[in-house]
Design a protein around this ligand. Structure first.
Ligand code: ADP
Ligand code: MG
Length: 696
């Protein structure tokens, strides 16, 4: 069953996330619910459940599920309108506080203005709080709604008693400040995810479709179907994923994969939506459109990952679940205590309301998700797709890096240098047989052999099988053949040059020939490893290649711990051993043979190419090359710092101000109004701090 994503409106804090998750999970037929506060989305498995049922389950709890046909609501605009209305109503009330300004409104008018600001402009707080109260649940909206209601009620009490200055400005200003905070927060949350929206906009909305008679017609890209043919002109962006059927041009994918240089594309080459065509025109047969394109999937994956929960977030959630009820009790105690001490209720309500508002755990709920959203967006821009936020957290703590060799440290394009003919075979015949076997393999060695066999005609292989980390087997022209490493064949090879990789072709026990290939190091490998070592990281090399060749490369690169002849399982076991010694391990690999190790590592990072490797790793490099590793490490570390700062800030702020409010020490500075302003500031600080991660 497929995952579906819905937009949810009305979530304000971490406890909302848990509530929405719970509400959706209890709908029959729904499973694996994940809710993302930063993007305001819920994703779940359960395509058979009608959206209306999901919407209904949320509606009664005060959340709104946006049905796809509906336009995304202009939430930002509404938020701004509420701010303006609240302040227009609040200012005349505050004017009474300015000495010398004799604006004195009758208390009934003040009561009305205050009610319109607090309950009118601020109605979302009350709506949520009310609905949650009906389910015997609380959230930060409960604290705000209670704080504003109590303040307004005391205004009324003072007004009826004939007091000169009934404090109606408190409820109004409190809500007005909080609305400013909400607006700024909504804007900032928007910015954390807009990089991806910008990414999606790279694919043009219009395309030139080629009709059967060869004529060209401009149509919206959304109307294209697989099999259609489109033309992209020089300077234009490609609207779909597809295959070039005629023409030739340089295609720039820099914004998609980070690959800075344009790549020449000709008939038969694949192209992706969003890439820009230079110096020529291309005619493309459409393979996938819209949400099925590589670009859309990439954006989707980043957004899903932004919603995946980092463990540190659970802590924040558990805390806020006990926090709100505790604060309600504490505020009640504060009210009663001051009432007894002062013997006057009108002196007791202010510290209680200040405490209610200042304790809102809002910043706590935002601290982690906003930082993760910003960080994962940045990582994607630099060529690292993080599909699991918790892997990013572990990457920050990594102490050891283990590498695969072929295709990871090396280019993965081994060239065939020599063919040793044994048992009376000849070179062309050996190449034909080897090529027949390698046809079905995705291994770099297979590519090298096929390249060398170009121009030869080779037969089909039957019963083909790939043995990851060993070689390939199959029947060619009736002969049972095996092609692979010396260990895989159980045969020793003679006099292999130290650098080279060698694979043998055998029929039964008979070694027919040996192919000697050499791969080159990636240009950035040396520099990257040196920089990683300088960061104090322990480096390891686990390869399936000949131990001799692995040692030569390891010595050249200064990797002390290198192991050759690894099977996929040995790579995994080695990593488990490192972990048992207390190391936090990142493994970087590219092949099917690396999948177990990628999954075992604390932070598995795959190079592009194979789906199997990418699926096993929580992090995927989007282009060939190791240079994004350094960025990834420093980004992960910075993200961890920002999350901690955010949690510390959100907590520290509450811890310091709650006792001050309880002992009525904030009153001189505005009491409840200060609390409202400070709370907005706290959320904003957390969000702005997180946005620093966008500039890395
Ligand atoms: P690495 O760990 O360095 O990426 P692999 O584990 O993929 O290397 O491969 C280990 C060894 O197994 C190779 O050096 C080669 O000898 C052999 N091998 C694996 N796949 C193939 C194949 N398709 N054809 C020939 N030999 C192969
Ligand atoms: Mg490899």
């Amino acid at each position: 069953m497929a995952r579906k994503t819905y937009r949810i409106e009305g979530m304000t804090c971490a406890s909302c996330v848990r509530r929405v998750e719970k509400a959706l999970a209890t709908v029959p037929g729904v499973s694996e619910v994940a809710v993302n506060l930063a993007t305001e989305e819920a994703s779940l498995v359960g395509d058979t459940v009608p959206v209306e049922v999901l919407a209904e389950a949320l509606e009664s709890r005060g959340y709104h599920l946006v049905v796809e046909a509906q336009q995304a609501s202009p939430e930002l605009k509404y938020a701004l309108a509420r701010v303006v209305v609240a302040w227009v109503l609040t200012l005349p009330l505050m004017a009474g506080m300015i000495p010398g300004l004799h604006l004195h409104l009758p208390w009934q008018v003040q009561a009305l203005l205050s009610a319109l600001a607090a309950f009118g402009a601020g109605y979302p707080f009350f709506l949520h709080a009310g609905r949650q109260a009906m389910h015997a649940e609380t959230s930060m909206d409960t604290l705000i709604a209670l704080g504003a209601s109590v303040s307004w009620a005391f205004g009324l009490y003072e007004g009826i008693r004939g007091s000169m200055h009934p404090p109606f400005e408190t409820a109004a200003a409190l809500v007005a400040f909080l609305l400013v905070g909400k607006y700024l927060e909504a804007k900032a949350k928007h910015r954390a995810t807009d990089a991806l929206e910008a990414l999606l906009k790279l694919a043009p909305a219009m395309a030139f479709r080629i009709a059967a008679d060869g004529s060209e017609e401009a149509v919206p890209s959304s109307l294209l179907v697989p099999g259609d043919r489109v033309r992209v002109k020089p300077g234009g962006a490609i609207p779909v994923d597809g295959v070039v059927v005629s023409g030739g041009a340089d295609v720039e994918e820099a914004l998609l994969t980070g690959e800075p240089l344009p790549v020449p594309k000709h008939t038969g080459d694949e192209v992706i939506a969003g890439a820009v065509v230079h110096g020529g025109a291309l005619e493309i047969r459409v393979a996938s459109v819209g949400r099925q394109t590589w670009l859309a999937k990439l954006a989707r994956q980043v957004v899903d990952a932004q919603g995946s929960r980092a463990p540190v977030q659970d802590l924040a959630d558990r805390i806020s679940a006990v926090f709100v009820p505790s604060i309600l009790i504490l505020a009640g105690v504060t009210l009663v205590a001051w009432w007894i001490i002062k013997g006057d209720l009108s002196q007791a309500w202010r510290p209680a309301v200040t405490l209610l508002v200042i304790a809102c755990p809002c910043a706590l709920g935002l601290a982690t998700p906003v930082a993760m959203a910003a960080s994962l967006g940045t990582a994607a821009r630099h060529g690292l797709l993080v599909r699991d936020a918790s892997a990013m957290e572990r990457l920050a703590r990594v102490t050891a890096l283990a590498f695969d060799k072929t295709g990871t440290l090396t280019e993965g394009k081994p060239a065939l240098h020599e063919v040793r003919e044994l048992a009376g075979s000849d070179r062309a015949q050996l190449l034909r047989l080897a090529a027949a076997l390698e046809r079905g393999s995705e291994h770099p060695i297979a590519k090298g052999i096929l390249e060398a066999a170009k121009g030869l005609a080779w037969p089909e292989a039957e019963d083909f099988r790939a043995h990851p980390g060993g070689g390939v087997t199959g029947r060619v022209e009736g002969r049972n053949l095996r092609l692979g490493s010396s260990a895989f064949l159980g045969q020793g090879f003679q006099e292999i040059p130290p650098h080279a990789t060698a694979v043998g072709l055998a029929e039964g026990d008979q070694l027919l020939g040996v192919f000697i290939l050499a791969d080159t190091l990636r240009p950035e490998t040396k520099g990257t490893l040196t920089a990683l070592r300088a960061l104090g990281l322990e480096l390891h090399l686990f390869s399936g290649d000949r131990p001799e060749a692995v040692q030569v490369i390891a010595r050249e690169l200064g990797i002390p711990e290198a192991l050759g002849g690894c099977t996929p399982e040995t790579k995994q076991t080695r990593i488990r051993e490192l972990q048992a010694r207390g190391a936090v391990v990142a493994f970087i690999g590219d092949g099917v043979n690396d999948a177990p190790a990628l999954a075992q590592a604390d932070a598995g990072i795959s190079l592009p190419g194979l789906e199997a490797a990418q699926a096993a790793a929580p992090m995927n490099l989007l282009r060939g090359g190791l240079s994004p590793l350094l960025m990834a490490l420093s980004l992960a570390r910075r993200t961890r710092i920002v999350v901690r700062q955010n949690l510390g800030w959100a907590f520290g702020y509450n811890l310091v101000l709650i006792p001050l409010a309880a002992f009525n020490l904030l009153d001189a500075f505005g009491g409840p109004i200060l609390a409202g302003a400070a709370m907005g500031m706290s959320s904003l600080t957390v969000v702005l701090n997180a946005l620093r991660l966008k500039r890395v």
